[in-house]
Design a protein around this ligand. Structure first.
Ligand SMILES: Nc1ncnc2c1ncn2[C@@H]1O[C@H](COP(=O)(O)OP(=O)(O)OP(=O)(O)O)[C@@H](O)[C@H]1O
Length: 360
């Protein structure tokens, strides 16, 4: 096991207009499960490939287990990788697929057998050891790829969207299996995904990337509850965080946010923003809803039953507000709803920088 330290990694591909990674620094602790999350093209895979040694940075440093490996060959880094495609050898049985790396390393046959049996047992592949990959399901094939990676006793496990070729149900069950497995192994793991649910579910910490940079790196609850920017709030959550634009007004009863016809009491700390425009961010499930007019009145536009909840699309002063209501909630489109935005669930953003303001 080992700590992974990335320092100011810069990479521009030949002919590339922008930097694929732009001075990325990140410390991944020994045994930590770090997820790199972000939209397509934000540089996640490039970062992972630089850690693996499959891509060399233009500048910056990669340190694994205290050793500078920035320019070291991949096989000198003691890491294993699992890719998006199953990447198993079709002409080798499951047993030989799992054993491949160990044999290449010249490990004794007894030891190979012991490790293959161990990994097959952990990943529930024992009944399939003598099958060829063509006779396996997608999930089983991906388990073979994971088994092949974990037998190597690598210091660091790198995974690039390992679940993305699986159907939704398999993804869900394999996600939990993977979490359990990696927890038991305690191997430092860096995992790339663009799936926010996967990121929140698996990561000890989640590094959210955008345009080649890490824009927030924190525990899953923190990135979800305290998005550092509108981008993070809008990228995490389904539906994403609501953002309402308003102007702060001073009044005798404390500051208010004027949303353009209706206003809302806001924390006293916002008094210093009187006269300024701010954005209020709130998660759809944090809004309390009831029939009729209330503190904030919204017009119901659409009600979508989603099984475990109902998703409401409402309009408040011309701004769209999504509300996650109990599945039993009933109201007719066109009617008025009372929306309560609990102060402790409200986050405040500077509309110019889109960054979170430290206000409660
Ligand atoms: N081999 C390459 N040659 C040129 N440009 C590349 C190459 N690989 C990636 N890029 C560019 O670098 C940027 C980052 O790509 P990267 O694959 O790292 O992003 P990503 O976040 O992993 O995306 P995805 O989720 O789609 O895989 C993108 O703009 C991409 O087009």
């Amino acid at each position: 096991m080992a700590e992974v330290i990335l320092r100011d990694l810069v990479k521009t591909y030949p002919g590339g207009k922008n930097r694929a990674t732009d001075e990325v620094s990140l410390d991944v602790g020994d045994g930590e499960f770090m997820v790199l999350l972000g939209p397509s093209g934000c540089g996640k895979t490039t970062l992972l490939r630089m850690i693996a040694g499959l891509e060399l940075p233009d500048a910056g440093q990669v340190v694994i287990g205290g050793r500078d490996v920035t320019y070291a060959e991949p096989r000198r880094r003691n890491l294993s990788m699992v890719f998006q495609s199953y990447a198993v050898f079709p002409n080798k049985k499951v047993r030989d697929n799992i054993a491949f790396g160990l044999r290449m390393r010249g490990v004794a046959a007894d030891e190979v057998r012991r490790k293959v049996d161990w990994a097959a047992d952990l990943l529930q592949l024992t009944p399939y050891l003598d099958r060829y990959p063509a006779k396996l399901s997608g999930g089983q094939r991906q388990r073979v790829a994971v088994a092949r990676a974990i037998v190597m006793d690598a210091d660091v496990l790198l995974m690039d969207e390992p679940l993305s070729n699986l159907d939704a149900l398999l993804r869900l069950s394999f996600r939990a299996e993977l979490k359990k497995l990696v927890g038991e192994l305690g191997t430092t793991t860096i995992y790339v995904t663009h799936d926010q649910v996967e990121a929140l579910s698996l990561g000890d910490r989640v590094a959210v990337m955008r345009d080649g940079r890490i824009v927030q790196c924190d525990g899953p609850t923190a990135v979800y509850d305290e998005p550092a920017s509108e981008f993070v709030g809008g990228f995490l959550g389904s539906p994403p965080m609501n953002f309402l634009t308003g102007t702060v007004e001073a009044s005798d009863g404390g500051p208010k946010l004027d949303l353009g016809g209706q206003s809302l009491s806001v924390p006293a700390a916002l008094s210093s923003y009187a006269g300024k425009t701010l954005k209020l961010g709130i998660r759809p499930e944090a809004i309390e809803v009831a029939g009729g007019d209330g503190a904030l009145s919204g017009e119901l536009q659409v009600l979508e039953p989603l099984g475990s909840s109902a998703l409401l699309t409402t309009e408040v002063c011309g701004q769209t507000v999504k509300v996650s209501a109990p599945s039993t909630f009933r109201a007719d489109p066109g009617g008025r709803l009372s929306l309560r935005l609990p102060t402790d669930a409200c986050r405040w953003y500077d509309p110019e920088t889109s960054l979170l303001l430290e206000v409660r």
